[in-house]
Design a protein around this ligand. Structure first.
Ligand code: TYD
Length: 139
């Protein structure tokens, strides 16, 4: 879908285990300004419920599994993340919700900018208004 892509990372594996390197502007398409991770989430919890205006992020489930709903006013999809070599890249103006966290899930997020509350749209009706303009103009 628009502004949402899967990214597959190359891993180096041998009898010692696995290693995956990620370098900003080399094997991902933005420079990494911020990293955070989410863990210890009860399976009944749903997180996210927002969009970003400009931010790009890549979500990687390092351990366990989680489902990610991405949506625009025109399309939506659910991506099941359960492999440390697969990332879900989410670009601007995508509403996202994270749910079905397994007990052991660790969700790593790489972000293109520092934390900025002004980049968030947290109200769904406001999101629909801005996103209709954004994707309407892009079509
Ligand atoms: P929140 O936006 O509620 O997380 P989620 O998107 O998973 O629902 O963030 C939880 C708290 O962490 C909130 O008080 C803001 C803070 N926070 C930062 O300080 N820096 C960050 O980079 C992020 C993502 C959140």
């Amino acid at each position: 879908m628009n502004n949402v892509d899967m990214v597959e990372f190359k891993f180096f594996g041998d009898d010692r285990g696995f290693l995956i390197p990620i370098e900003g502007l080399k094997n991902i398409d933005f420079d990494i300004k911020r990293v955070y991770y989410i863990y210890g989430v009860d399976s009944s919890q749903r997180r996210g419920f927002h969009s970003h205006r400009d931010l790009k992020q890549i979500l990687i489930c390092l351990n366990g599994s989680v489902d990610i709903l991405t949506k625009t006013p025109f399309e939506s999809k659910v991506t099941h993340l359960d492999r440390p070599n697969i990332g879900l890249e989410i670009g601007p103006m995508i509403w996202r919700e994270m749910f079905n966290f397994s007990k052991d899930a660790v969700l790593l997020v790489l972000a293109s900018a520092y934390y900025d509350e002004n980049d968030y749209i947290r109200d769904y009706n406001n999101y629909l208004e801005e996103a209709c303009l954004y994707f309407g103009e892009k079509r």
